[in-house]
Design a protein around this ligand. Structure first.
Ligand code: AMP
Ligand code: FE
Ligand code: FE
Ligand code: ZN
Length: 275
């Protein structure tokens, strides 16, 4: 059984529609798949329908942009309640803040490179959540950089002078909110220090106290050392050890199923639902 619990569609910064992500997962031999767009649940219905039609088990999810002491944290939440006002408002506030923030990044980058807000709109059209990858795509289209990754390396990284943060809820509050509403949270790529600052173990402990259920140990952005460290932390804190691709279509090298979650771990996530 192949289980991939972290994928993105055109609802956020993936390059394929929710239905096409499900088709791609099926073609890759995935049996259980989650769609986890950044800060939006709007692809879940389509993806769920498509997955069921293809005979896969579907896990609805989101990847929530959070923060703690100024460090950006991505929190996966599975089985989020789409009718919960608090969750809907939290995600809407972040999505709104992302628009102003993206405009400010474009303004800064536009001083040195040929880039206008309309270029970004052409690449985020139809997306519910605007992010730096859309700005990267616009720069690639303008011929400034060859790939999304190049654009990140040169101008979009978190330590770049062009970088602007956006509002995001505190991660401990977010874990509590999802917990209270029956969802199951997993800390996404906690050791991905190639993208920016990561939080110390003490913050994982705070999150665990607030009701965090799992740690995404298996992820392309973790080396062997980080995987060992995170696996030990998961063991010590009683957190479920997951792994996933973080597929973004052609937007990133990540391939569906390149990291997976074990059936036993999926069962533990399911058992934590609504508890
Ligand atoms: P944002 O949500 O706008 O802050 O952008 C974060 C997204 O950009 C992540 O979800 C990834 O899809 C992508 N990303 C972040 N860091 C990098 C990087 N160093 N190289 C390529 N893509 C990245
Ligand atoms: Fe992304
Ligand atoms: Fe992420
Ligand atoms: Zn992701």
């Amino acid at each position: 059984m192949r289980i991939d619990l972290h994928t993105h569609s055109t609802v956020s910064d993936g390059t394929e529609s929710p239905r096409d992500v499900m088709r791609a997962a099926h073609a890759a031999g995935i049996d259980v798949v989650a769609l986890t767009d950044h800060d939006s649940m709007s692809g879940l219905e389509d993806a769920g329908e498509m997955a069921a039609g293809l005979g896969m088990n579907f896990v609805p999810g989101i990847e929530v942009s959070c923060r703690h002491n100024g460090v950006s944290i991505h929190l996966l939440a599975y089985w989020p309640d789409p009718s919960n006002d608090e969750i809907v408002a939290m995600l809407a506030r972040t999505r709104d803040a992302r628009v102003d923030r993206a405009k400010e990044i474009v303004r800064r980058v536009g001083v040195d490179y040929p880039l206008a807000w309309d270029d970004v709109l052409a690449h985020s059209d139809g997306a519910d959540t605007v992010g730096r990858p859309h700005i990267a795509d616009a720069l690639v289209e303008r011929g400034v950089f060859a790939t999304r990754d190049d654009a990140f390396a040169k101008v979009l990284a978190g330590n770049s002078a062009y970088y602007v943060p956006h509002y995001a809820p505190d991660v401990v509050d977010a874990v509590r909110t999802f917990r209270r509403t029956g969802a199951v949270t997993v800390f996404a790529h906690p050791g991905a220090d190639g993208r920016g600052k990561v939080v110390p173990t003490s913050v994982i402990e705070l999150m665990a106290d607030a009701g965090l259920v799992g740690l995404e140990v298996g992820h392309r952005d973790h080396n062997e050392h980080q995987r060992d460290r995170l696996a030990r932390i998961a063991q010590r804190l009683g957190l479920v050890h997951t792994g996933a691709s973080d597929y973004h279509g052609t937007g990133k090298l990540n391939r569906l199923g390149e990291n997976v979650t074990s059936p036993a771990a999926l069962q533990q996530l399911q058992d934590a639902r609504g508890r």
